[in-house]
Design a protein around this ligand. Structure first.
Ligand SMILES: *[C@@H]1O[C@H](CO)[C@@H](O)[C@H](O)[C@H]1NC(C)=O
Ligand SMILES: *[C@@H]1O[C@H](CO)[C@@H](O)[C@H](O)[C@H]1NC(C)=O
Ligand SMILES: *[C@@H]1O[C@H](CO)[C@@H](O)[C@H](O)[C@H]1NC(C)=O
Ligand SMILES: *[C@@H]1O[C@H](CO)[C@@H](O)[C@H](O)[C@H]1NC(C)=O
Ligand SMILES: *[C@@H]1O[C@H](CO)[C@@H](O)[C@H](O)[C@H]1NC(C)=O
Length: 349
């Protein structure tokens, strides 16, 4: 009798939950989750205990040009002799062995790649961001700010450092382009989400994934703890297939009771918008692909950011941009400007 009941229940459940899984799995898959690391960024390029700000850029193995563009342009200050802001790239395996070999060479050459051992696809990006946060949780004990960016986003690193400085040290927040959205139930959509994966009508408030800033000491350990204790991330493959911004800036952030801050300085579609700060308009991040009909290149976005750099007398990269450093660590800065000015500037940032 009990058996018949179970069979019937399963059958009914089976019929009723017949829903196209899209890019999700039709049935839950509960194998233990593991995400081995193939290569960790070296201490010099990655975090050490003096790192205050770490930037992690999502990049597909094929995007060699994007990565070099970032290394040579907006990301360059993080490669200077500046030890408190760092930039690393986050990658997995492609399905092309030759390309993977090149990526390993690149990782050895630049020492700025966190290489994770999984096969990349659009629905698996959340695990890459998890790999980043796990790295920060383990290796960046003193970071105040963690920025996640996409490879096609141009970021004003100086502006982000300034934003980081004015955010409270101990109140945790996530700042970005605010979006409050519903799961899409249209199978054709890139963001199709079946009801059996997420039955609720709306996502928690979230910010768009092209670039967002986590701020406050201890924010990543807090998110990691929530992930372990309050979500099914480690047991549900379908949960891990949710989009990274929804998962981390929406669901996990909400469960961690961390507020969101909308900042118009983050913008997509290569349309500049500004963060107004102390009477100045500041572009923080420009995404260059979505909804963009003209001038959609990262070069174009970089020109916008650069033009303003000139106005601000940052003609070349300099230790000006390392202002999160203590004076002791920036001898050049002190020598050229004078320590009192440096100190008062640092306070006003
Ligand atoms: C930071 O790390 C270095 C090298 O690992 C160590 O010598 C130093 O004591 C550490 N500093 C602090 C403040 O933990
Ligand atoms: C984060 O760090 C804490 C403290 O070291 C550790 O207990 C925890 O397992 C880490 N979480 C992850 C996901 O690595
Ligand atoms: C980038 O940020 C710096 C520092 O806040 C600011 O002076 C500069 O104007 C910003 N650049 C743009 C293009 O907004
Ligand atoms: C930090 O959060 C507390 C509680 O929400 C609030 O009272 C306080 O004003 C916040 N501090 C800052 C610097 O934002
Ligand atoms: C940049 O330098 C010029 C010439 O020294 C100066 O007149 C101008 O005020 C400076 N601009 C800023 C934003 O500091």
């Amino acid at each position: 009798m009990v058996h018949i009941f179970i069979v019937l229940t399963l059958l009914i459940k089976g019929f009723c939950s017949f829903e196209n899984p899209g890019a999700f799995l039709p049935f839950e898959y509960n194998e233990p989750f593991s995400l081995p690391v193939k290569k960790t960024p070296s201490l010099y390029k990655g975090c050490d205990n003096t790192t205050k700000f770490i930037v992690g850029i999502i990049s597909h193995p094929s995007e060699f040009d994007f990565r070099n563009f970032i290394r040579n342009n907006w990301g360059a200050p993080a490669y200077r002799n500046c030890r408190t802001t760092k930039l690393i790239f986050l990658m997995g395996n492609s399905d092309d062995l030759e390309m993977d070999k090149q990526v390993e060479q690149e990782a050895n050459r630049y020492s700025d790649v966190l290489l994770l051992d999984y096969y990349e696809s659009y629905n698996l990006v959340a695990r890459k961001v998890f790999g980043f946060f796990r790295y920060v949780n383990q290796s960046c004990p003193n970071v105040k700010c963690v920025l996640k960016g996409d490879s096609d986003t141009v970021i004003n690193l100086t502006g982000m450092e300034k934003l980081c400085e004015i955010m409270p040290d101990n109140n945790l927040t996530i700042t970005g382009y605010y979006g409050w959205d519903k799961p899409l139930r249209d199978l054709q959509s890139k963001w199709y989400t079946p009801y059996f994966v997420y039955p609720i009508k709306t996502w928690p408030s979230l910010v768009s994934g092209f670039s967002y800033l986590l701020s406050g000491y201890g924010i990543v350990p807090r998110l990691m703890n929530t992930l372990e204790t309050k979500t099914s991330f480690f047991t549900s493959e379908n949960f891990r297939r949710l989009w990274e911004d929804i998962l981390f800036t929406g669901i996990v952030r909400d469960l961690s009771e961390i507020p969101l801050v909308h900042n118009t300085g983050f913008h997509w579609g290569n349309k500049p918008d500004y963060w107004w700060h102390e009477g100045k308009r500041i572009i923080l991040a420009l995404e260059t692909r979505t909804d963009c009909t003209e001038s959609c290149s990262t070069e174009y976005a970089w020109n916008l950011v650069q033009a303003n750099r000139r106005e601000n007398n940052f003609s070349t990269f300099s230790s000006y941009e390392c202002h999160l450093q203590t004076l002791r660590e920036v001898p050049d800065f002190r020598n050229s400007i004078g320590s009192s000015l440096v100190r008062s500037q640092a306070r006003n940032l």
